[in-house]
Design a protein around this ligand. Structure first.
Ligand code: S3P
Length: 430
């Protein structure tokens, strides 16, 4: 709570940067690498607090994971049935992905385990995974009838299932698929809009038999996963802060190298381009089954747009910083069908509207999103992160266009996903 940052306006930004590895892909590289047979090497792994929670959990289940001086991980895979019962509670920290995906994975392991997390994670909804997993035969107990962590899992005995998820959530989809790995037969998951598909891509890359269906995916249980080399691209969710920073700062040209541009994640590029943002994808390529590009971005006159439907899951983590762009765009931006924002690391609709409002932005919260009227300029003020890394970093980007000094309280949380955010921001300021 005591950590804070002072941000001042930028005259201009320039340079070439690389952002740290993708958080979602880093989590999955440890999970699938541990469940595979043989060695998995992971380059570009995100050494942030969330991913270390996953790493520590697998070490606690007997997986040998070593880290070289350059950050490359070597995982000695133990196969589908090789994990050991952890002797203590597994602490997922602030990481919803760790907790929800582990719930699925541990449901299929024939031992007892308990998952907990920090004060924010222990408030977040878990029934969305506990319900489908229970239908597959999992025995999971938690506070509020299984809605809140800590969660205790008496694993084993999972049956394949066909699950129609009411929400487009990669965490729900991946939890069911991870449980389905241990079941005989095929497990299917359907979702209302396609959520990020990193699990599907990595499972296929490791040799699983996975088919894409109309609105869903089918995984054959008990696959033989084989260890592979994984190159984790830069996280588009981290690049998004610098995309918006460059767009809203006059006279700026910035190159962000090696960013993952998986179409299930690249909604932020589509949204910012639709707002008039000058963003070019260069040198598009594929790395370990994931599309990657360099992003060239130049400052632009932005205008408001409407965002809803299948764009929402494709940009779900970027709405805090998209709101900063919309606050400085001409006209009105309307974000709808984004009620999931209310159950992220914090209630992001309330946090964005409250904190950006203190800087003179004009936002109106709605149950499923918000309405944003653009203004010419923001004004420095004292704001807070609500313990949410993406709120803290979005506020820092807003500060680039705020007159006067701005103080952001409670900024330690940025270490969960982007430990060198502040130094990169200083590096590109002219
Ligand atoms: C994630 C899925 C998304 C996203 C989160 C990471 C993942 O959550 O917001 O930051 O790695 O599967 P939901 O599944 O709740 O949408």
């Amino acid at each position: 709570m005591s950590e804070y940052k002072i941000v001042t306006a930028a005259r201009q930004l320039a340079g070439e940067i690389q952002v740290p590895g993708d958080k979602s892909i880093s989590h999955r590289s440890i999970m699938f690498g541990s469940l595979a047979e043989g060695v998995t090497m992971v380059r570009g792994f995100l050494h942030g607090e969330d991913n270390h929670a996953t790493l520590n959990a697998f070490r606690a289940m007997g997986v040998e994971i070593s880290e070289a001086a350059d950050g490359v991980l070597t995982i000695q895979g133990r196969g589908l049935d090789g994990l050991q019962e952890p002797a203590d509670v597994l602490d997922c920290g602030n990481s919803g992905t760790t907790m929800r995906l582990m719930c699925g994975l541990l449901s299929g392991q024939r031992f007892f385990s308990v998952l907990t997390g920090d004060q924010y994670l222990r408030r977040r909804p878990m029934k969305r995974v506990v319900k489908p997993l229970s239908e597959m035969g999992a025995r999971i107990l938690g506070r509020d009838g299984g809605e809140r962590a800590p969660l205790a899992i008496d694993g084993g005995g999972i049956r394949a299932a066909s699950y129609h998820s009411p929400i487009a959530s990669a965490q729900v989809k991946s939890a069911v698929l991870l449980a389905g790995l241990s079941a005989e037969g095929a497990t299917e998951v359907y979702e209302p809009h396609l959520s990020r598909d990193h699990s599907e891509r990595m499972l296929t890359y490791f040799g699983a038999d996975l088919q894409l269906l109309d609105g869903g995916v089918r995984l054959q249980g008990r696959p033989r996963l084989l260890g592979r080399e994984v190159s984790v691209p830069g996280d588009i969710s981290s690049a998004a802060f610098f995309l918006v920073a460059a767009l809203i700062t006059p006279g700026t040209e910035l190159l962000i190298r090696n960013v993952g541009v998986n179409p299930t994640r690249s909604g932020v590029i589509d949204i910012l381009q639709a707002m008039g943002g000058d963003i070019t994808l260069q040198d598009q390529r594929t790395c370990s089954g994931e599309p990657v590009a360099d992003l060239l971005v130049r400052s632009s006159e932005l205008h408001g747009i409407r965002v809803g439907g299948d764009l929402v899951p494709r940009a779900i983590d970027e709405f805090p910083v998209i709101s900063v762009a919309a606050s400085l765009a001409q006209g009105t931006t309307v974000i709808s069908e984004a009620e999931e924002l209310r159950v992220k690391e914090t209630d992001r609709i309330a946090a964005i509207c409250g904190e950006l409002g203190k800087l003179g932005a004009r936002l109106e919260p709605r149950p499923d999103g918000m309405l944003i009227e653009g203004v010419e300029q923001l004004t420095g003020a004292e704001v807070g992160s609500h313990g949410d890394h993406r709120i803290a970093m979005s506020l820092a980007i807003a500060g680039l266009r705020a007159a006067g000094e701005m103080r952001i309280n409670d900024t330690g949380c940025t270490a969960t996903s982007f430990p060198n955010f502040w130094s990169l921001l200083e590096q590109i300021k002219q």
